[in-house]
Design a protein around this ligand. Structure first.
Ligand code: PA5
Length: 462
């Protein structure tokens, strides 16, 4: 993986860029953050995942080998960090129309469905699509208490028990959760469900390389050892003290400097369909980790950058107009690949029409790469901060590298911003209000608070 940040710099893009001396001036904070990353490494249990899961990988492989012949579909019930990673890795590494392929063309692996919402239409339509008695349902919840996931679980459990009886239903549920705390582990033990664990010290959005992501990936034939190998390769690069050799630290430093210059939006724009959902996964990681009211000294900072996911070249025809000519408030990160996994040639059909003939005999590979180069040029010419990450090819190793790269960048940005990148207090108010409105015991005071809130004025409702 290569990262080119030329176009972040004022020397290339003009006054809206980062002056190189601003990067130099950040050296004390960078050194402090680099030290903190080392000192806090024991608390960042996600950093050890590439090294300490050999037995877990074996268990996953044994379990998938045993279960695959018994099922047609693997269904993930999870949300946020318990769904975005499995979705992103599946899209990156498997056929884009995976579920529509006949089984033998899927490597004899089951279909994959990820149910990450409680829209009532979703489960009903899923039940119209699958035969639940030929499915394995993977309930993924680190906390074991998320209302969306746990309610889905209760619906599926009741349906399976109704159709199959309690004993047979048990084999259709596998849990992924914290080994000690939460409702799900208690239920899994009581009911005797097969269970994989998310280490207690690994938070939801940093959990893709635990069984949260490894189990669904293994069921879909993805090389999970390759993912972990890639993460280990990136870890080696990210341990460099010299920021000029450390892509994740540099990515974070440039984004923090950009933020200080009013670049409040972080756009991730892969030029590969396979990486589209990596941008969605990054969106959660960057937003939930860095969007914070208080810093570590208790000062009100209201910091963070709003992530936006785009896709090249699709969004050249929607959002790029805004990126090039709208407010100077974005950093655009383009992700390219040296080599696409397939090649498709454009026929020379209209050689006599110069405005179409130039396409003939070239490939979509060349066209998409050229469009990326052209977008980079247009953004640079317009004085917009942009940078490029290039993967040699989308493989399990390079995807493992990319995931780990963004995780380290997020943690390092947290250090530079002096905030806790691993909590999410801003999510709590909405969760508590839901519990109160839904009558969960213990939330009576919150319910009273909601009841006492100023009623809406009907004159402002049309
Ligand atoms: O990053 C996080 O902690 C969250 O986005 C969680 O992943 C999300 O809320 C789901 O939580 P859980 O896995 O506990 O059900």
């Amino acid at each position: 993986m290569k990262m080119d940040y030329n176009n972040m710099l004022a020397e290339r893009i003009g006054p809206e860029g980062i002056p190189i001396n601003a990067l130099t001036a950040l050296t004390p904070q960078i050194e402090k953050a680099t030290r903190a990353m080392k000192e806090k490494r024991p608390q960042m249990a996600w950093r050890d995942l590439p090294y300490n899961q050999a037995q877990i990988v074996k268990d996953i492989q044994a379990y998938t080998a045993q279960m695959k012949p018994q099922i047609d579909a693997f269904v993930v019930l999870g949300i946020g960090g318990s769904a975005l990673g499995p979705l992103a890795v599946q899209q990156a590494l498997n056929h884009p129309f995976y579920n529509e392929l006949p089984r033998e063309k899927r490597g004899n692996n089951p279909k994959l469905y990820v149910v990450d919402n409680v829209d009532p239409e979703r489960l009903v339509y899923l039940f119209q699509t699958i035969d639940p008695t030929r499915c394995l349902f993977n309930v993924i919840s680190k906390s074991g208490s998320t209302s969306e996931t746990m309610s889905q679980f209760m619906i599926i459990q009741a349906m399976l028990e109704d159709k199959l009886g309690k004993e047979a239903a048990r084999k259709h549920i596998v849990c992924t959760t914290d080994p000690e705390s939460g409702n799900l582990i208690a239920i899994a033990k009581k009911e005797g469900y097969k269970t994989f664990y998310v280490p207690s010290a690994v938070g939801g959005r940093f959990s893709e390389l635990t069984p949260v992501g490894l189990l669904p990936a293994a069921f879909c034939g993805i090389d999970i050892e390759g993912l972990l190998e890639g993460a280990a390769q990136m870890d080696a690069m990210c341990q460099q003290d010299d920021i000029a050799k450390n892509p994740a630290h540099m990515f974070a430093a440039l984004h923090c400097l950009g933020l200080a210059q009013g670049k409040n939006i972080s756009v991730l724009m892969p030029y590969a369909d396979s990486l589209k959902l990596i941008a969605a996964w990054y969106g959660q990681l960057w937003a939930e980790s860095l969007g914070k009211k208080y810093d570590l000294d208790g000062k009100t900072v209201h910091t963070g950058q709003t992530p936006v996911n785009a896709l090249g070249s699709t969004d050249q025809h929607s959002q790029v107009q805004l990126y090039a000519e709208g407010p100077y408030d974005k950093i655009v990160v383009l992700i390219g690949v040296d080599e696409y996994r397939e090649t498709i040639t454009i026929p020379n059909t209209y050689a006599d029409m110069p405005s179409l003939g130039f396409l003939g005999g070239t490939t979509h590979n060349q066209l998409l790469k050229t469009m990326q180069t052209a977008t980079e040029y247009a953004l640079t010419k317009a004085g917009r901060m942009n940078m490029t990450i290039t993967l040699p090819k989308v493989t399990s190793q390079s995807v493992g590298q990319l995931l780990y790269f963004f995780e380290v960048a997020t943690a390092f940005a947290g250090e530079l911003l002096n905030i806790n990148a691993f909590d999410q207090p801003g999510v709590e108010e909405g969760k508590d209000a839901t519990y109160a409105l839904f009558g969960r015991p213990g939330y009576e005071a919150k319910k009273a608070e909601l009841d006492a809130a100023q009623p809406k004025d009907s004159q402002y409702v049309i």
